[in-house]
Write a protein that binds this ligand. Structure first.
Ligand code: AMP
Length: 147
């Protein structure tokens, strides 16, 4: 059963623009239903976002097929990030609604490598430089290709 909210989807949000090719992203993976790219304000090195290609604001708005595809891609990315960053653990986060901390109104999953004791940076605050992001992206793409 589907549980669509009554909220209108804002097609001008930054992830919708990335999906339409109107804004750049450091792409890692794409299939018919999902897209994965580097978070430009990473909470840890190797922080990746997985988004649905559906025009859905939250997980509650997403179709069940879209939800399944996001989880499969998130798992695939998590395996690659863990290998590429030699991460001890992988934190998966997914916020629904501003009250829950969602800042971009398009469904997405965070994949964040974690190491015991390492501080996680603030959410969406510090813009990383593109050279560093591209270097981590290259490692993650290599791990994806190996999988
Ligand atoms: P949330 O607060 O859960 O909606 O997360 C939104 C995430 O999107 C934050 O971690 C931001 O750093 C990230 N973000 C915002 N704009 C961009 C962008 N243009 N490219 C990549 N990541 C972005």
């Amino acid at each position: 059963m589907e549980n669509r909210s009554l909220m209108a989807y804002d097609s001008n949000n930054i992830f919708a623009k990335i999906l339409r090719g109107e804004a750049p992203c450091i792409k890692l993976y794409e299939d018919d239903l999902t897209l994965a790219f580097m978070d430009i304000m990473p909470q840890a090195d190797g922080h990746v976002l997985v988004i649905s290609k559906e025009a859905a604001e939250t997980l509650l708005d997403l179709s069940e097929d879209g939800a399944r595809a996001c989880v499969v891609t998130t798992r695939r990315i998590a395996i690659a990030v863990k290998k590429a960053l030699a991460a001890e653990g992988i934190f998966i986060a997914q916020m629904n609604g501003a009250a829950a901390g969602q800042t971009v109104p398009h469904i997405h999953f965070h994949v964040i490598p974690r190491t015991a004791g390492a501080v996680v940076r603030m959410h969406g605050v510090e813009r990383a430089d593109d050279a560093g992001l591209n270097a981590f992206a290259a490692k993650i793409r290599a791990a994806l290709a190996d999988a």
